[in-house]
Design a protein around this ligand. Structure first.
Ligand SMILES: NC(=O)c1ccc[n+]([C@@H]2O[C@H](COP(=O)([O-])OP(=O)(O)OC[C@H]3O[C@@H](n4cnc5c(N)ncnc54)[C@H](OP(=O)(O)O)[C@@H]3O)[C@@H](O)[C@H]2O)c1
Length: 249
C-alpha cells in the first residue's frame, strides 16, 4: 500500500508521518497543491493507493486576509488531487482532514456527523467546500473531523477561556486516523476526546505551560478589530466512532 501524506511538515502531519514511516511525504515546494501540472506529474509518477490529505492554509485570520491563497490551497488543491487520482489510480482511498470550523460556532450543540455546515469564517468555508468536493468524487473517501493541538509547550502566552471543544493531542488523533484507515469505516466521522474543555484548560494540560494566562473572545476582538470571527463552540460528537481519553498521553 503506497500512502501519500500531504502537509506532512504540519502540526498533525509530523505525528501522522511517524505512524506511516514508509509513506511519501513531499514538502510544500515539492508538491504545491494549487499547481495543476505539479500535482498531475506527482500523482502520475507515484500512483498512491491512499492519500491522507492534511495540507491546508489553516489560520482563520490568514485565510480571511488572503482569500485567493486560501481558495487555491484548500479548494483548488483538493480538486487537483482528486482529479489526478481519478485519472491515474481511481481505486485510491482518499482521507480528508476536516474541522468543526465548518459549523456555526454560536450554536453550542455538539454536532454529529450529519450536522449541516454553516461556517463563521472563510477558512471554515474552504474546508466545507473541500468536503463537498471529496463527497462528490467517485473515489473511496473518508472525511475525519476533529480538533487538536500538539502535546508541547502551548505556543501562545494567553488562551481562550470561552472557546470550547473535545480536543485531542495531535499524536492521539494520528493514532485514530491510522485506526480508521485500518478499519472498513468510510464516510464522515468525528474523532473526539472525552472531555469538553476550553482552550485555556487545554493549554494547562500541555507541558511547561503553567504560565499561560486567560483570554476572552471579547478581548481578542478588541485587540484585533479587523480579525475574522473565530469559531466559539467546536464540540463534536460521534454516532459512529469510539471516543478517546485526552489524559492518555
Ligand atoms: N490545527 C487545528 O486545530 C485543526 C483542527 C481541525 C482540523 N485541522 C485540519 O487538519 C489539517 C492539518 O492541520 P495542521 O494544524 O497540522 O496544519 P499546519 O500545521 O498549518 O500545516 C499545514 C501543512 O500544509 C502545507 N501546505 C499549506 N498550503 C499548501 C499548499 N498549497 N500545497 C502544499 N502544501 C501546503 C504546509 O506546508 P508549509 O508549512 O511548508 O507551507 C504544512 O505542511 C488541515 O487540513 C486543517 O484544516 C486543523
Amino acid at each position: 500500500m503506497k500512502t501519500l501524506i500531504t502537509g506532512s511538515s504540519g502540526r498533525l502531519g509530523r505525528e501522522v508521518s511517524k505512524l506511516f514511516p514508509e509513506a511519501l511525504t513531499p514538502t510544500h515546494s515539492e508538491l504545491e497543491l494549487s499547481n495543476w501540472d505539479q500535482v498531475n506529474d506527482y500523482i502520475n509518477n507515484n500512483e498512491p493507493d491512499a492519500i491522507i490529505h492534511l495540507a491546508a492554509l489553516t489560520s482563520p485570520p490568514k485565510c480571511e486576509k488572503n482569500k485567493k491563497l486560501a481558495w487555491n490551497s484548500n479548494v483548488i488543491g483538493t480538486l487537483n488531487l482528486i482529479e489526478t487520482c481519478l485519472e491515474y489510480n481511481p481505486n485510491c482511498i482518499f482521507l480528508l482532514m476536516s474541522t468543526p470550523c465548518i459549523f456555526n460556532g454560536n450554536d453550542p450543540t455538539p454536532k454529529d456527523e450529519n450536522y449541516y455546515p454553516d461556517p463563521d469564517n472563510y477558512y471554515g468555508f474552504t474546508k466545507a467546500m473541500q468536503e463537498m468536493i471529496v463527497q462528490g468524487s467517485d473515489l473511496d473517501w473518508i472525511i475525519v473531523r476533529s480538533n487538536f493541538i500538539r502535546y508541547e509547550k502551548y505556543p501562545f502566552p494567553k488562551a481562550f477561556v470561552d472557546r470550547y471543544s473535545n480536543y485531542l493531542f495531535a499524536h492521539q488523533l494520528a493514532k485514530g486516523i491510522k485506526e480508521v484507515l485500518e478499519s472498513d469505516q468510510g464516510g464522515i466521522l468525528h474523532i473526539v476526546g472525552d472531555k469538553v474543555i476550553s482552550m485555556y484548560e487545554l493549554a494547562k494540560k500541555c507541558p511547561n505551560s503553567k504560565d499561560v494566562s486567560e483570554y476572552t473572545l471579547e478581548e481578542y476582538y478588541n485587540d484585533f478589530p479587523e480579525s475574522s470571527r473565530l469559531t466559539k463552540h467546536m464540540t463534536l460528537k460521534s454516532t459512529i466512532w469510539k471516543i478517546y481519553d485526552i489524559n492518555e498521553v
